[in-house]
Design a protein around this ligand. Structure first.
Ligand code: TYD
Length: 136
């Protein structure tokens, strides 16, 4: 799997009153954050994602609940479960991702390196695989 993919551990302040985690742009996140979006009210069985990005980088966080992220770098497929609000999954550009198996009430927070641009998406897996081959 693409060695750039990794889990980022956010700081945790444990207190009897509850836990607190924080994210400081460019300290924990390897890019300037230009956009934040979140998925919620995802019905059971729904699959989100199903695309790669040409340039955009992201950090994906299971802020609440859990879901699985199926990753494909054009050579290998790998499934990861996200279920900790203090873990961020860093995805560089050119990684195919599918988000599935959302628990009830799950919230998926995404920090993105770019504003929304449809032309940055590759939504066809064959086109993605071809692009990875062409890059090699
Ligand atoms: P999409 O990225 O395909 O969703 P997901 O990958 O989570 O399944 O986006 C779904 C729709 O929402 C699409 O019509 C574009 C729109 N959208 C925005 O307008 N702004 C955004 O920041 C995002 C992420 C999506």
């Amino acid at each position: 799997m693409d060695p750039r993919i990794r889990i980022i551990d956010f700081p945790i302040v444990h207190e009897p009153r509850g836990n607190l985690s924080f994210i400081e742009g460019e300290r924990q996140i390897p890019f300037p954050i230009k956009r934040v979006y979140y998925l919620y009210d995802v019905p059971g069985g729904a699959v989100r994602g199903g695309h790669a990005h040409k340039d955009l980088q992201q950090v994906i966080i299971a802020l609440s609940g859990s879901f699985d992220v199926v990753l494909d770098d054009g050579k290998q497929r790998h499934k990861m479960s996200l279920n900790r609000s203090y873990h961020g999954l860093y995805l560089p550009n050119m990684v195919w991702r599918e988000l599935e198996n959302f628990s009830s009430g799950a919230v998926c927070l995404v920090l993105a390196s770019e504003i929304y641009l449809e032309s940055d998406y590759i939504r066809d897996i064959r086109e993605f695989r071809q692009a990875v081959e062409n890059e090699a």
